[in-house]
Design a binder for this molecule. Structure first.
Ligand code: SF4
Ligand code: SF4
Length: 157
């Protein structure tokens, strides 16, 4: 699926999982399921610079080794094991502190927040989303998650 974050887990292993944020509707199980599958993680310009600096390589090397161009966008590549190239089994995301915004935001994607049925489907894909929690609480938590992501991105830029 590769929707989607330490060295801890999958894309949803963000601040919520690390205990920085207290979410009642999501608790990442660090299973890595969301880092598996053909890559859907594209990078914005600032993310390319941030991640290459974190890895200690120049931007050109970073793009060659870890990215591919498709449909006018830069995507993180998928490894032979079909996991995101940054995913290490047993370790999690190698770029967790600076992972793409798309990964950091999961599961509070607009699609999941705006549509109850999509949220129900997301629960099937991600075992970290609380099965018993209400959609309304999920939407409420999403606002905290989005705020935190924006703040973190400003701090890391
Ligand atoms: S960048 Fe990290 S969190 Fe995002 S898909 Fe790759 S391994 Fe998962
Ligand atoms: S619990 Fe969800 S967000 Fe966390 S690693 Fe598994 S699939 Fe990804």
């Amino acid at each position: 699926m590769a929707l989607c974050e330490s060295p801890l887990g999958g894309m949803g292993c963000g601040d919520a999982a690390l205990g920085i944020l207290r979410m009642t509707t999501f608790d990442c199980k660090m299973c890595g399921d969301c880092c598996y599958g053909e890559g859907g993680i594209f990078l914005k310009e600032d993310e390319k610079g941030r991640i290459s600096r974190f890895l200690g390589i120049n931007r050109s090397d970073f793009l060659t080794r870890f990215c591919e161009e498709r449909n006018g966008r830069t995507y993180v590549t998928t490894g032979k094991d079909h996991f995101c190239v940054f995913y290490e089994k047993g370790q999690g995301c190698r770029v967790h502190p600076v992972k793409p915004a798309r990964c950091a935001l999961w599961p509070y994607y607009p699609a999941n927040v705006n549509d109850r049925e999509t949220w129900e489907m997301a629960k099937l894909a991600c075992r970290g989303i609380d099965r018993e929690g209400s959609f309304e609480d999920f939407v409420k938590d999403s606002q905290t998650a989005i705020q935190n992501k924006d703040t973190a991105l400003v701090e890391k830029s």
